[in-house]
Design a protein around this ligand. Structure first.
Ligand code: NAP
Length: 251
């Protein structure tokens, strides 16, 4: 119940899916949680209500992580409300699978801006606030970064870049007691995989067939590892890229 007692955490993209599960796991362990969202205010408020109904502490804050002014405001408002910051989870992300002939400039820009620029901006603001006590950053990457599959070139490239950022910054921040790790989920059933048509498709069957456990992951599968990495139990872990994928083979 108290693994994150009195810690303050920002979870980006927590209005649904993996981010929402992480926000709930953190709050259940005593963290005060900022449930960030881009446009789904109702979704974020629902997660906040679930947390507070269970005795936890959370607020929702809108910010598009790909916009510098929004990111600066997100961190300022967090400090105004909770007075400190201990944990940042960069979960907000987009993923499109489409053949290269169909990829538009807008798709590329969205992937670069949300999946790479966003985490760089949030990390920049977070490390200003961590102070002498140090801090903890978790980047939600993807196995797609190390096992790219056909039609996922742009998405895979952004997640490989995010993992490179994780390793580089672990070296930059080690002396300041700031840990930074990547979690690489495999295929996870979320609102995103439903709305993008993965769930129920032949693609889902391929994903399951390539997973030794023979099922899609669930957001809780990822949240449990995000909780471990945020806790003191992971105090000696930094710069790691941890696959949480049911053992996915690759394609
Ligand atoms: P999801 O269900 O589509 O939810 C995405 C979340 O990100 C939403 O809360 C959304 O907020 C937020 N978001 C999107 N763009 C944003 C922006 N510019 N600024 C702030 N928030 C933004 O996603 P998911 O499936 O849970 O995936 C979450 C993360 O896990 C992503 O980084 C994804 O790449 C990674 N991942 C997912 C899978 C999978 O199979 N699901 C596998 C590997 C890795 P709004 O609702 O307000 O738009």
């Amino acid at each position: 119940m108290n693994k994150l007692k009195n810690k303050v955490a920002i979870v980006t993209g927590a209005s649904k899916g993996i981010g929402a599960a992480i926000a709930k796991y953190y709050a259940a362990e005593g963290a005060k949680v900022v449930v960030n969202y881009a446009s789904s205010k109702d979704g974020a408020d629902k997660i906040v209500k679930e947390i507070t109904d269970n005795g936890g502490t959370a607020i929702s804050l809108q910010a598009d992580v790909s916009k510098e002014a929004d990111v600066i405001r997100l961190f300022e408002e967090t400090i105004n409300v909770f007075g400190a910051l201990d944990i940042l989870v960069n979960n907000a992300g987009v993923y499109n699978y489409e053949p290269i002939e169909a990829v538009s400039e807008a798709t590329i820009t969205a992937h670069l801006n949300i999946n790479i620029l966003g985490p760089v901006l949030t990390i920049r603001e977070a490390v200003k606030l961590f102070g002498d006590k140090g801090g903890n950053i978790i980047n939600i990457s993807s196995v797609a970064g190390k096992l790219p599959m056909a039609t996922g070139s742009v998405y895979s490239a952004t997640k490989a870049a995010l993992d490179a950022i994780t390793v580089s910054l672990s070296k930059e921040f080690g002396g300041r007691n700031i840990r930074i790790n990547s979690i690489l989920p495999g295929s996870v059933e979320t609102e995103g995989t439903h709305s993008s048509g993965v769930m129920g498709s032949d693609f889902e069957k391929v994903l399951i067939a390539n997973t030794p456990f023979g099922r899609m992951g669930q957001p809780d599968d990822i949240a449990k590892v995000a909780l471990f990495l945020a806790s003191d139990e992971a105090a000696w872990i930094t710069g790691e890229k941890i696959s949480v994928s049911g053992g996915i083979y690759g394609f």
